[in-house]
Ligand binder design. Structure first.
Ligand code: ZN
Length: 245
């Protein structure tokens, strides 16, 4: 349980900050009932290993199955709602967000400055020439086995989900912006990330090296907890309205 004094101590550390960077991971969306890989594995997808759905090699082998799987996950993400934590971040005018999540719950809560380090379920691009694909893509409302991806209007290549797969580099512009924020923010709030997925997990180290206040919100201590001045052992939806409100 979070004691009032823990929250008060954390609030005091943020009081003088004019720019608070909020760094979020899967725990941020957990309170929204966002479907994880595991939750998506019902019925049709029961025997699918998510690891098999997250590499460029798998894409080359069977793009239609992978496209159907990612559109289904986008559908599940769209069904989830931003939780009180997303809303608290969006309402606090001092915050910008760097997230490892591929859902769009921060944006739907109203946050404007969101960096997506691992891409987005709602963005698509050409798998050959990288051109962004701007046309609307209909999401299935029931799982289907295969959906043929649209063709790139520039080169005709298959359009792929705009998410980062295993072994792929993080998007350069997003990474640069995340680094810039870690180098300039007055305080850092880490929410719901295990701190084990690199290179993203290295970003809080940059903030820590500058000795700015760091608050962590997590139900259980993580690999990043030793960097934090205050660890609020609670969920995002419970803790963030008190911390940022
Ligand atoms: Zn193309």
């Amino acid at each position: 349980m979070t004691t009032p004094s823990t929250i008060d101590t954390a609030r005091a550390l943020l009081a003088d900050a004019s720019h608070i960077e909020v760094f979020t991971g899967a725990g941020m969306s957990a309170d929204s009932g966002i479907a994880t890989y595991r939750d998506a594995q019902t019925g049709l997808w029961e025997n699918v290993d998510p690891q098999d759905m997250a590499s460029i090699d798998a894409w080359h082998d069977d793009p239609d199955t992978m496209f159907a799987w990612y559109l289904w996950r986008a559908h599940l993400a769209r069904q989830a709602e931003p939780n009180a934590g997303h809303v608290a971040i969006a309402r606090c005018p001092k915050t910008t967000v760097t997230t490892q999540n591929i859902d769009n719950l921060h944006e739907r809560a109203g946050s404007k400055e969101v960096v997506h380090l691992h891409g987005s379920l709602f963005e698509f691009r050409c798998s050959l020439c990288d051109e962004a694909f701007g046309e609307p893509i209909a999401l299935p409302t029931a799982p289907v086995e295969a959906i043929t991806p649209p063709s790139c209007p520039v080169c005709g290549g298959p359009v792929r989900p705009g998410v980062v797969w295993f072994g792929e580099a993080l998007p350069q512009d997003e990474w640069n912006e995340a680094e810039r924020r870690m180098s300039t923010a007055d305080a850092l709030v880490i929410v719901g990330t295990s701190g084990v997925v690199y290179p993203a997990a290295g970003l809080p180290l940059m903030a820590h090296a500058r000795e700015i206040p760091i608050i962590e919100v997590t139900p259980m201590r993580t690999e990043l907890s030793h960097l934090a001045d205050v660890v609020i052992e609670d969920t995002a939806a419970n803790a963030l309205p008190s911390l940022l409100g």
